[in-house]
Design a protein around this ligand. Structure first.
Ligand code: ZN
Length: 286
């Protein structure tokens, strides 16, 4: 399936990029609010299970209440909600109380715009581009949430597994065989590492969300990419972790979110995996 606008690929990509900027604003909201909504649900369920009185609190959902400044609670005006431009125009501060606005907002908006432009340029206005974009945006949101909360919500990782298998029903990225084995092998490989590490050291090195995320990556791009993803993510994770201990004085007992490394390695494998694999195998081919 492919839609032709009758304009150049670069112009189509530019339009896609603008839509991506707008979607980036929505991704920011999901990153900040989904964990709040989940925690409030868990608290309600726990109180219900323990037969305690429900708390009276204002429910926070993705849609409500409207965006407010975290400093002074002033609702954010529509013309201050324009992706990227508002941040530049306000010079990164709230108009009312001058509280600095988190750099996460323009960064996520910019990445969302670039990703949309990239996939539309590569694949045109096609279902492949749409799949690639949903995959990338899910990884972006998971990265944001894991950095803030050390949490990879099932509400994103599980649908990402099913959608990857669905996309590969007709072999969009890999054959269905490779996708199904990828999902199973992805989950089991980190599950095995987790239990081996726990039995040897008594510590938990990662969470179940990490297994589900690697299962999703396997479902999208097949089992062949899993060794590269594990290698890339653990190597960069170790480097960043050790650098953090040496240069920033990070407490080495403090757990570090592994999801962002998996997501970044997964995205690179999704986009450049074939080239990396053939280049790497090419080294042994002389
Ligand atoms: Zn303010």
């Amino acid at each position: 399936m492919m839609i032709e606008l009758g304009i150049s690929p670069a112009a189509t990509a530019a339009i896609g990029g603008l839509f991506g900027l707008l979607l980036g604003s929505f991704l920011n909201v999901v990153i900040l609010r989904l964990p709040i909504q989940l925690k409030s649900d868990w608290r309600r369920d726990s109180r219900d299970f323990l037969e305690l009185e429900p708390e009276i609190e204002e429910p926070v959902t993705i849609a409500k209440p409207a965006s407010r400044c975290p400093g002074c609670k002033t609702p954010i005006k529509a013309h201050h909600n324009i992706p990227l431009l508002s941040y530049l125009f306000l010079r990164g501060r709230c108009k009312t109380c001058a509280e600095p606005i988190s750099f996460q907002y323009p960064l996520v908006e910019l990445l969302a715009g670039l990703l949309a432009a990239y996939f539309v340029y590569q694949y045109g206005l096609s279902s492949t581009a749409l799949y690639g974009l949903i995959f990338s945006y899910s990884l972006l949101v998971l990265t944001g949430i894991d950095l803030h909360e050390k949490l990879l919500p099932d509400q994103i990782t599980l649908p990402l597994i099913w959608l990857g298998l669905f996309a590969n029903l007709n072999g969009t990225f890999v054959s269905l065989n490779e996708a199904v084995i990828g999902a199973i092998a992805g989950y089991l490989s980190l599950w095995t590492v987790f239990w081996a590490f726990k039995l040897i050291t008594g510590k938990e090195g990662m969470g179940y969300g990490d297994f589900k995320l690697l299962a999703a990556l396997g479902a999208w791009m097949g089992w062949q990419m899993l060794p590269m993803i594990i290698l890339l993510s653990t190597a960069t994770g170790a480097i960043v972790g050790i650098a953090g201990i040496i240069f920033v004085g990070r407490n080495k007992e403090m757990p570090m979110a592994f999801g962002p490394f998996l997501a970044a390695a997964g995205w690179m494998a999704f986009v450049w995996g074939e080239e990396i694999l053939s280049g790497y195998l090419g080294l042994f081919n002389f």
